[in-house]
Structures are given as C-alpha cells and as structure tokens.
Design a protein. Structure first.
Length: 353
C-alpha cells in the first residue's frame, strides 16, 4: 500500500486533454502572426493589430482572449492586451530563447498529421505513413536543420566540455558527426578546439543548411561533408571522435546496434564515440518523468520501430557494438543525456606489439 492515494481523474482533466489541440493551434497561430512582437511594441488593441497583420478584428480578439485564457498574455482588464513576464525572452521573435522555431518543429503540419494516424500506428506497431522520418532526403529534416535553436543547445555545450580536455592529448582531432543536421554538435566542439576538423554526414538536401551554418560561424575551412545514407555510404576516417546525436531513438535496439557496429569501424583504436539521446533510467516511470515516454509516441508514428531507449539500453548497445568505458553525463541546461565510450586501443583477437 502507498501512503497517498492516486489523484482521482476529473472531467476537467479529460476536457483539457481532449481540447489540447486547440492550445497547439492557438500558440502556432499567434507565433505565425507575430502577435507577441506587436504587443511588445505596445500595439495592443485587436483592431490595430488586425490592420497590421491583415486579419479580421473579431478573429484577433477571440485569439487574444484564448491566449489570455491559457496564460500566455494578459487581457489587461480593458486597458489593452499585454505581454506577461518571460515573453520578451521566449515569445518575441528577437528573444534569446525564442520558441517560434521550436514550434515549427514540435507542431509542424507533418507531425500533427502523423499523430492523427496514432491508432493505425498502435495497431501496426510503427509508422503507417508512406513518407516518414527514415525516408531518404525527407524534407522535414531540412526544416529541422533550419529551425533547431542550436545556439542554445545545452547538450552540444555539455559534449564540448567533456571532449575538449580529452582531445588536448590527441595528436589529431578528426571528428565525424553522423546525421549532423544543423551541425551544432560538431561546430560547438570546433569553436572550442581549434585543431578539430569536422566531417558532417547527412542527406544532401540537409547538408545545404549545414554548410550555411558552417560559413556563418567562419568554420568552412575546417568542415567537410559526406552526403548519403549512414547505413551504406563509406564513412571515411578513421576518426578520433565520432558523434551520433539524437539518432538512435529512430531505431529498434537491434538496428541501432547494427549502426553502432558500422560506426565503430570508423573510430581510431583508442578513439571515442559521443552519443546524445532522450532517455530514462531505472528509477524513472512515466508518472515521474513523462517526457521520454511521450517521445516514444512520436517515434511510434514517425518510424517503423523507434522509441526512447533507457540508459541501460544505450550501454548494452554500445558494448554489443564493441565500445568500452561507458560513461553518462547530464548537465543542468542539457535536456538530453550524453554517453561517451571508447573503441579499445587493442581489441580481442588483435595481436599485441
Ligand atoms: C533528429 S535529427 C538529429 C540531428 C542532429 N544530430 C541533432 O542531434 O539535432 C536526425 C537526422 O538524421 C538524418 N538522417 C536520417 N536518416 C539518415 C540516413 N539513413 N542517413 C543519413 N542521415 C540520416 C536526418 O536527415 C536528420 O538530419
């Protein structure tokens, strides 16, 4: 018996879940119309706002009241709508942690439509859509590369902090970033380790965005690309470090291990693999840490057999692929866990000396 009885389910809670999609639509629309930017400029009555964004005043009034209803603006009690504390940072497009880009990904048309098929994905045990996250050159990944807020990515900083002191003792610092997308993991590291040379691998349409990011950061002369499929394209190398971030949840444990085995052959003996992923550990339950379990729902509709893997699964996969010295790291700002492991300097079956 537990000390406290579980909370009783309420009808209000169910209404809130049932209409969750209305909140998504509200925020998406307000961000698309840049309503928070106008409120920041003290444009705060529905008629003037409607004129500025080319919308209907009644529509804007209803939208603003809805936003006030879910606690994202103040209705001002007759003095005009106003921003709430925190908005300048998160909801105004010039804010340091502007959420508009994240919203384009979290509430993209593609993801929204895919969730409508959840029942089919549950019946089937995986995606039922013709085009999905693993489709070669899937255009959603172009948006992902473009809109990920990569300057504020705690996990990329965490990875760089862990790898830079280790890299100082290497003769060379050759890095492969597999499924690199925007490139932030390799680039954050390269900005701190001047000897680092980064090879980014992804589909060719995505690498166009990566190349622009490298140029913007003045790193183009230290960055190269391999365009193609990470399961079949020659990986080049060997490398001192291979990065593989936010990728393994797209696959079952078996398929992810296959990829890790392939990648191990491109790591120098004594070199490292750095993996980042959503995860949960043995103390977590869906009640105490819902996000990783909710993320599996996204993988269920978007991939044939992906899901969030536990810390123990990451360790098992890396060890089955021939890596040793498994470490996990998490940081205050990093939403995801970092796993580091080594390709042993001497592998079983290798003659010493
Ligand atoms: C979730 S994103 C992760 C991007 C980045 N590593 C990060 O941590 O944000 C997945 C990336 O994998 C790439 N991708 C998916 N399947 C691939 C494949 N078979 N070969 C190469 N890249 C692939 C996608 O284009 C996308 O850029």
């Amino acid at each position: 018996m537990t000390d406290t009885a579980p909370a009783r389910i309420t009808i209000g809670q169910l209404h809130d879940v049932a209409r969750g999609y209305v909140k998504t639509a509200l925020l998406r629309t307000a961000l698309e119309l840049r309503l928070f930017d106008l409120l920041a400029d003290q444009v705060n009555d529905p008629k003037t706002i409607a004129g500025k964004v080319g919308a209907d005043p009644r529509g804007i009034r209803i939208l603003l009241d809805g936003l006030a209803g879910i606690g994202l603006v103040s209705s001002g009690g007759g003095d005009g709508y106003a921003l709430l504390p925190g908005s300048e940072d998160l909801l105004v497009s010039t804010g340091a942690h502007y959420f508009g880009n994240a919203m384009k990904l979290s509430a993209s048309d593609w993801e929204w439509d895919a969730q409508k098929n959840l029942i089919d994905a549950v019946r089937h045990g995986g995606t039922v859509t013709e085009t999905h996250a693993l489709t070669p050159q899937f255009d959603f990944w172009e948006d992902f590369a473009e809109h990920t807020s990569w300057f504020n990515n705690g996990a990329a900083d965490l990875m760089a902090e862990q790898l830079v002191p280790w890299a100082a003792y290497r003769d060379t610092v050759e890095v492969l970033d597999v499924a690199c997308s925007h490139g932030s993991y390799g680039f954050s590291f390269a900005r701190r380790e001047p000897r680092a040379r980064i090879t980014g691998l992804d589909w060719p349409n995505v690498l166009e965005v990566t190349a622009r990011n490298a140029e913007r950061l003045g790193l183009s002369d230290r960055v190269e690309f391999i365009a193609g499929d990470m399961f079949t394209t020659p990986l080049g190398g060997p490398y001192d470090i291979v990065m593989l971030t936010n990728v393994l949840h797209h696959f079952s444990e078996e398929r992810a291990t296959e990829l890790l085995k392939r990648i191990r052959t491109a790591v120098k003996p004594g070199g490292r693999i750095a993996v980042v992923g959503h995860t949960f550990d043995e103390h977590d339950t869906p009640e105490t840490n819902p996000l990783p379990y909710m993320f599996s729902l996204i993988m269920l509709v978007q991939t044939p057999d992906g899901e969030t893997h536990s810390v123990a699964t990451y360790q098992r996969m890396l060890e089955a692929a021939g890596f040793t010295d498994f470490q996990t790291h998490s940081g205050e700002k990093a939403m995801h866990r970092l796993f580091l492991a080594e390709r042993p300097a001497e592998e079983p079956g290798q003659a010493a000396g």
